[in-house]
Design a protein around this ligand. Sequence first.
Ligand SMILES: Nc1ncnc2c1ncn2[C@@H]1O[C@H](COP(=O)(O)OP(=O)(O)OP(=O)(O)O)[C@@H](O)[C@H]1O
Length: 253
Amino acid sequence: MPPPPPTDPPPPPAGAPIESPAIRSTGLLVKRGGTTALDGLTVAVPRGQVVGLLGPSGSGKTTFMRAVVGTQRITEGTVQVLGSPAGSPDLRRRVGYLAQGAGVYDDLSVLENLRYFARILGAPATDPERVLQETDLGGQAGQLAGSLSGGQHRRVSLAVALLGTPELLILDEPTVGLDPVLRRDLWNLFATLASRGVSLLVSSHVMDEANRCGRILLLHEGRLLADLTPAELLERTGAPDADTAFLTLLGAT
Ligand SMILES: Nc1ncnc2c1ncn2[C@@H]1O[C@H](COP(=O)(O)OP(=O)(O)OP(=O)(O)O)[C@@H](O)[C@H]1O
């Protein structure tokens, strides 16, 4: 009998310590106004995977992402990103961030926007063309950003986040407003980037998208409800799909 073909190593079991994670937060407490947005969040995001950050509206996803990129004032705790404290100057070019409502210049064309941001980041001159193709915006290169559809506009912001080939991508709801074909294409792009070693943290409301992630972090009221693989999510809850599984977990708290 020939030996069985090599297979990928299995993902670490839930709760196993992760060596040298892309992101590690410890006891992260964030108060925004009178609200506790993150309530002592301790979590590790592994490298080289697509990690989904999921949870209901107001559960703290955006706040966590802001803490990771260093734009969120932290009340207590620490966040380490690629081995440095969040917000360190050396992380600026190593981390790409797609914020909710991320701004591009509406009075510049798509390509002009990308060239502008590439210059600021010191990205290679060939990068704008590359990210245009990756986000399927080649046909809109010369169009003013202000005249794009909502989904196209969102993809320009995503293209900006991809400039410079960052090691870590923080993408806050990148697939909002996109049709199913574009959503599928983007998740395929995320998987390709992860296979090249890029670490991705991707937030979503759409539980269905959990299935496209290597690992998922479920947030609820600023706390970590679960840290597991999509298969473990279904196994643990006995639910037929991610939506039902999440509702089951929420009901169990
Ligand atoms: N600028 C702010 N001032 C006060 N409270 C805020 C502010 N921004 C967010 N919050 C509160 O912090 C908590 C976490 O919000 P956050 O935006 O991180 O959640 P989210 O999971 O990203 O939600 P959504 O999916 O709706 O974007 C919520 O209770 C929210 O009301």
